[in-house]
Design a protein around this ligand. Structure first.
Ligand code: BG6
Length: 455
């Protein structure tokens, strides 16, 4: 059967090269809760969640997994899992409540305790500085549409770097700038909920500058490994009709090329360069193109793109990808597309491409406890098995992939999806906040133990 339908065989694990870095991934707003506690300032997600109709189930990250109070228990789960790496994000408004000026000592203390606890458990932290929780005060001044936000972010990167560089293995300035631009400011599905369509383009340029400036600030503070976490989706045209192929090319440039090309090559994709011209000041592209120690890819699924009709607001639209199973999020499961994408990245960017790390990959299934309390999420095991094999094959074909962080350690607050989508290796009961490792947790632990570096 094709890889997408194959079921992981018990005891037969994908094999990744010695030294390959396995981990899990989370983000502050999605797990911490304690939104009003210990001096944390409001973020755009607090504001957004309070607006009627924004989150499918009306929930918010006010409590989420209550990780702020339960991090010791969560780190114990990480120790039990045995993965050497863990990707977390630090909440900007917890550390700097209005996004500039005064810092919140209790926020800094929290991350001190969390990092120390991780290191004591033998888990190396990878830290994302911006996983979407912009301080509300900065949004009130224009948010990522305002170039001054880049200066605020560079200051934040310095202060965080100076405090924690001694304990953080890898740094990621910005998680998925494309999602922030398109969903946050383009179509309004995410905070801050602006619907600016193509007028959101300045957000992309400012987030790229934020990436570059933060990379510089982090290195100045002693960081030894700085990368990125860009969401990449392979783009497949809905037909070989020239209009569909053209729309696909445009959306590919907007979603993928817009970020990877400035970061690695110091230029915008040719089709988009004219749109960006007025935004680019002298020296900007050199600032964005910083040496990267790894290129992080968040991979979920390919998209099938078609040309939209004349009256449509945007020139492209999306079609269902037929013939593949989907997760409960409705996203098609296509591990072969990950393998091919990795091979294509290598061919396209060659020497400009640093080692790749899969900074997120995972799937949503609501599987809960059966009558014995067992959470039998075989579908997640199959997903992870197939995607790890795809990575292993890409490595055999010459792509330098160094790590894989699954999204996510815990079921959590999934943005506009609220608490309705579950990606965790660990089940969270959002009434009692009890954590229960799923079967996929044990599978991941067994798979790790079977890797060559453990032999
Ligand atoms: C990624 C984000 O794009 O997708 C994660 O970096 C997010 O933060 C994940 O949780 C799943 O997306 P969603 O929309 O199902 O929450």
């Amino acid at each position: 059967p094709p890889a997408t339908q194959r079921s992981a065989l018990p005891g037969v694990f994908p094999q990744l090269p010695a030294g390959f870095r396995f981990g899990t991934s989370t983000a502050a707003y999605q797990i911490e809760g304690a939104a009003d506690e210990d001096g944390r300032g409001p973020s755009i997600w607090d504001t957004f969640c309070a607006q009627e109709g924004r989150i499918v189930d009306g929930s918010s990250g006010a409590v989420a997994c209550d990780h702020y109070h339960r991090y010791v228990e969560d780190v114990a789960l990480l120790r039990r899992l045995g993965a050497p790496a863990y990707r977390l994000s630090m909440s900007w408004p917890r550390i700097q409540p209005t996004g500039s000026g005064a810092v919140n000592p209790k926020g800094l203390d929290f991350y001190d305790r969390l990092l120390d606890c991780l290191l004591e458990a033998g888990v190396q932290p990878t830290v994302t500085l911006y996983h979407w929780d912009l301080p509300q005060a900065l949004e009130d001044d224009g948010g990522w549409l305002n170039r001054a936000t880049v200066d605020r972010f560079a200051d934040f990167a310095s202060l965080v770097g100076e405090r924690y560089a001694d304990r953080v293995e890898h740094w990621i300035p910005v998680n998925e700038p494309n999602v922030v631009m398109m969903l946050g400011y383009g179509d309004g599905e995410h905070a801050p909920g602006r619907r600016l369509m193509f007028d959101a383009l300045p957000v992309a340029h400012h987030l790229l500058l934020a990436h570059g400036r933060a990379a510089i600030a982090l290195r100045a503070a002693g960081a030894t490994s700085v990368g990125c976490a860009n969401n990449h989706a392979p783009m497949w045209p809905a037909s070989d009709d020239a209009a569909d192929v053209g729309a696909t090319k445009l959306f590919d440039a907007l979603w993928n090329g817009m970020y990877v090309e400035p970061m690695l090559l110091g230029r915008y994709p040719v089709d988009l360069a004219p749109l960006m011209e007025d935004l680019v000041a002298e020296g900007d592209l050199a600032t964005i193109r910083q040496p990267l120690d790894f290129y992080g890819i968040n991979y979920y699924n390919p998209l099938r793109v078609a040309a939209a009709g004349e009256e449509a607001e945007l020139p492209f639209e999306f079609r269902e990808l037929l013939g593949y199973p989907t997760t409960e999020r409705g996203w098609p499961i296509v591990p072969d597309a990950l393998r091919e994408y990795l091979i294509t990245m290598r061919a396209r960017y060659r020497a400009a491409l640093p080692p790749i790390v899969i900074t997120e990959s995972g799937c949503s299934y609501a599987t809960g406890p059966d009558e014995h309390g067992v959470i039998d999420d075989q579908a997640r095991i199959d997903y992870l098995d197939a995607h790890l094999r795809a990575v292993a094959t890409a490595i055999q074909r010459g792509v330098d992939v160094r790590g894989f962080y699954t999204w996510s350690l815990l079921d959590n607050f999934e943005w506009a999806q609220g608490l309705t989508q579950r990606y965790g290796l660990v089940h969270v009961d959002f009434e009692t906040l009890a954590r229960t490792p799923k079967r996929s947790f044990q599978w991941y632990a067994d798979m790790l133990a079977a890797q060559p570096q453990h032999a």
